[in-house]
Design a protein around this ligand. Structure first.
Ligand SMILES: O=P(O)(O)OC[C@H]1O[C@](O)(COP(=O)(O)O)[C@@H](O)[C@@H]1O
Ligand SMILES: [Mg+2]
Ligand SMILES: [Mg+2]
Length: 283
């Protein structure tokens, strides 16, 4: 039987191969379809194309058994492999309308879905910015790769800078709770605002410069917006492996076990001190 290390390397290779195809598929696919996904978001053509490309690449791998996507209602069986792969095929896809950055988020679990962050053995995201980059984490560390149009890549190890510089908080101010607003006011006095509207791009800035990203629980939606399995847990794994911290307000996002595939959670990610301050503010 192949080792986990080989199977995870195959998943990263497949994602690096899919990324230029997904990017090439943006042209002509920025418009909305008539459909909505399981969390009620209007799907755009590029969401569905990215999902198809990823499913084809991961389906070709012997190591992958289950595949679940933000854009599909239920878990799909892709084979007999021991790994389960989750994808947010296109994160921040509404940014395509304004030609702003988007991403892809992938989690690799050695357990059936839905699964907790403690079952993750690897996670990665791709950022479609001026360059295509992939940030890939295993328990051994985090590597950032620049991906060439032919899928080849070169990597360097990354860790979260100790001195935070930037912050980005999602949601509308009138929807924030008083506790979160107080926390935000403090952070605003210390750090620079960098918010793109794509979680991948905003977390990538935190990983590059140090700081904090949050999509908090809202007054009328305490669970916030971001999806536990597809967005929160894989990104928390990457940030924690890079030396940072994550919380849903009370505990590490890696300790959250989703009971439903498409459920949501508040998300706070970044330098440990800023994440702990968010927990204290929200307690
Ligand atoms: O527009 P808002 O409310 O700031 O929400 C932005 C958040 O929503 C998302 O776009 C949701 O992701 P999807 O595009 O994959 O649905 C995140 O990337 C981002 O952090
Ligand atoms: Mg997303
Ligand atoms: Mg998405």
């Amino acid at each position: 039987m192949m080792s986990d290390v080989v199977q995870v390397a195959d998943v990263f290779d497949a994602l690096a191969a899919a990324a230029p195809e997904i990017r090439a598929g943006f042209a002509g696919r920025r418009g909305e379809t008539d459909d909505r996904n399981a969390t009620g978001d209007r799907q755009i053509h590029a969401d569905l194309h990215a999902d198809e490309v990823l499913r084809a690449h991961f389906g070709a791998l012997d190591g992958v058994g289950q595949y679940a996507s933000e854009e599909c209602e239920s878990v799909r069986d892709l084979g007999d492999g021991p790994l389960s792969v989750t994808v947010d095929p296109l994160d921040g896809s509404s940014n395509l309308g304004a030609n702003n950055p988007t991403g892809t988020i992938v989690g690799v679990y050695d357990a059936p879905l839905p699964a907790s962050g403690r079952d993750l053995i690897a996670a990665a995201y791709v950022l479609y910015g001026p360059l295509t980059t992939m940030v890939a984490a295993t328990d051994d560390g985090v590597t950032r790769y620049e991906i060439a149009p032919d899928g080849r890549r070169e990597g360097e190890s990354v860790s979260l800078p100790a001195d935070p510089t930037v912050y980005g908080f999602g949601g509308r101010l009138p929807d924030w709770t008083d506790d979160f607003t107080d926390y935000a006011r403090d952070v605003e006095d210390e750090l620079k605002l960098r918010y793109s509207g794509a979680m991948v791009a905003d977390v990538n800035q935190v990983l590059t410069y140090g700081g904090v990203f949050a999509y908090p629980g809202l007054r009328d939606r305490p669970e916030g917006k971001l999806r536990t399995q597809f967005e929160a847990v894989p990104m928390a794994y990457i940030v924690e492996t890079a030396g940072g911290a994550s919380t849903d307000g009370r505990r590490s996002l890696l300790d959250v076990r989703p009971s439903e595939l498409h459920e949501r959670t508040p998300v706070y990610l970044g330098n440990d001190g800023l994440v702990r301050r968010a927990e204290r503010a929200l307690a």
